[in-house]
Design a protein around this ligand. Structure first.
Ligand code: ATR
Length: 280
């Protein structure tokens, strides 16, 4: 945080970057809290990531967010990585400290857990097995969040089994990897089902899963937010399960980053949600 700074500069680095909703979210908060500053999209090609990150301090940036394809690569260029960033193996937020050092953080686990908490305050990770579909970077962050929240059994399914096995190995005995074909059978005692694959996204086929056996008390979360109601969430709603859409994770991961840069912890409000929904 740079309290002495009069104008806060931050942004999001990605390649491509035009799809990112982060500029809208942070600009909304800068205006709402009357903080002088700007949050800009930064189109940075992968080969230039290190140079772009090293320029942040000289340009007077308080920090930046990172999105596809930079999250994993950025870990090697930061001066200090937070415990979460190290465990997840990716950085989604950088804070430039007073000495110009780059502090790499990851708020995706925070964002996911906060979105569950907002949708279902009574839900507890420790009560029943959690089923995760997909084994990419998002799954890694979500598993990290669930373990820290006390999850004792996480069942991980991925089309490419070896990727799920590697992830299970990294996180220890709470996480078990299973073949993709066995996903339907894992649901009968689950307390949470999360889709972290790209299936169900606009222009992608729906996720292929039968949730008939899932307890109605379970939560079903999708990290896909375009469309807001994915075929999986529609299926879950018709089944009677409680749904958590992917927008909550996106909005909530932005809060601590904004706090780090400005000293103000912003709120996720209905008005902010509507503003972003209108762009989907
Ligand atoms: P991220 O890091 O953002 O999570 P990713 O690494 O591209 O993104 O991961 C996407 C996930 O969607 C992966 O788990 C991928 O499975 P593979 O590891 O087998 O590639 C999963 N995925 C993509 N297309 C899929 C499909 N048609 N059916 C099932 N899973 C799919």
């Amino acid at each position: 945080m740079k309290t002495s700074q009069h104008f806060i500069l931050a942004g999001v680095m990605g390649w491509p970057i035009t799809h990112s909703r982060s500029p809208k979210i942070h600009t909304y908060w800068l205006e709402k809290y009357s903080i002088a500053g700007a949050y800009v999209p930064l189109m940075v090609e992968p080969a230039k990531l290190e140079k772009a990150l090293r320029a942040l301090a000289s340009l007077g940036f308080s920090g930046c967010n990172l999105t596809i394809p930079h999250k994993e690569n950025a870990l090697e260029f930061v001066d200090v990585a937070s415990p979460e960033a190290s465990r997840i193996g990716a950085v989604n937020c950088i804070v430039v400290d007073d000495d110009g050092r780059l502090i790499g953080k990851n708020y995706d686990a925070y964002g996911f857990m906060a979105s569950l908490q907002e949708a279902a305050p009574e839900w507890r990770a420790s009560k029943a097995p959690c089923v995760i579909l997909g084994a990419g970077g998002a799954a890694r962050a979500i598993i990290c969040g669930l373990i820290d929240a006390g999850a004792k059994e996480i069942r991980l399914f991925n089309r490419t089994l070896s990727r799920a096995q590697n992830l299970a190995y990294d996180f220890g005995p709470a996480v078990c990897a299973f073949p993709w074909q066995e996903r339907d059978e894992s649901l009968s005692d689950a307390g949470l089902l999360v889709n972290t694959t790209s299936q169900g996204m606009v222009a992608q086929p729906p996720l292929d899963i039968k949730i008939d056996a899932l307890p109605k008390s379970a939560l079903v979360a999708d990290i896909v937010y375009a469309p807001l109601e994915t075929p999986l969430l529609r299926q879950a709603r018709n089944h009677g399960a409680q749904c958590v859409d992917g927008l909550g994770m996106l909005l909530h991961q932005a809060r601590p980053a904004f706090y780090d840069w400005t000293g103000k912890m912003p709120e996720v409000t209905a008005a902010l949600r509507e503003l972003i929904v209108a762009t989907l």
